[in-house]
Design a protein around this ligand. Structure first.
Ligand SMILES: [Zn+2]
Length: 186
């Protein structure tokens, strides 16, 4: 998949899967912005190639506080724009909502997860400009999912012990071979 992509000048990277220790570590803030634009491009290319709508830097093996997302390909989300968020800090949360989530690092497992509906975040873009912005709906949901990655957390960590039991074997299979023998929606 990679070599074929590279022929078209697309710079995709392998997505790190559940079980890799880098996905359990809190990342470090970005200090050096000079090469960040190329990294951002690689992350977008990888995310689009994999059919994702969000990606955290440690999902491509980088210990960096960086995430990208683009929900504009989904119905009802056409007005949203691709976002690059660096050194993000949540400064406010409000409300709650339940949505089904999936993850490129936890393939073929989906689950309904409750999270705050609205979040306000301070972050930097790839040009080192600072922003404070409030998000709700699907974009808020994706940001929160990716921010969890950057803290070493997975959406499946929110599942009740009984639901977690239903996927433990699949998580082990992902750790060993990159994908589960069967998918599941919880
Ligand atoms: Zn994820």
């Amino acid at each position: 998949m990679m070599s074929q992509a590279n022929l078209n000048n697309i710079t995709t990277l392998p997505v790190v899967k559940y079980g890799d220790p880098i996905l359990r570590k809190k990342v470090e803030d970005v200090q050096e912005f000079s090469e960040i634009s190329f990294k951002v491009q690689q992350m977008f290319d990888t995310m689009y190639e994999e059919g994702g709508i969000g990606l955290a830097a440690n999902q491509v093996g980088w210990n960096l506080n960086l995430l990208v997302l683009d929900t504009s390909g989904l119905e009802g989300e056409e007005d949203t724009e691709p976002l690059v968020m660096i050194n993000s800090k949540v400064i406010d949360k409000e409300g709650s909502s339940v949505m089904e989530e999936g993850c490129l690092s936890v393939p073929e497992i989906r689950a309904e997860i409750e999270r705050p509906e609205t979040i306000t975040i301070q972050f930097q873009d790839e040009f080192n400009n600072r922003h404070t912005q409030t998000f709700s709906g699907l974009v808020s949901r994706v940001i929160q999912h990716e921010l969890d990655h950057l803290k070493g957390k997975f959406f499946v960590d929110y599942l009740s012990p009984s639901k977690r039991m239903l996927i433990n074997k699949r998580l082990l299979e992902i750790s060993k071979s990159g994908k589960p023998s069967t998918g599941i929606i919880l």
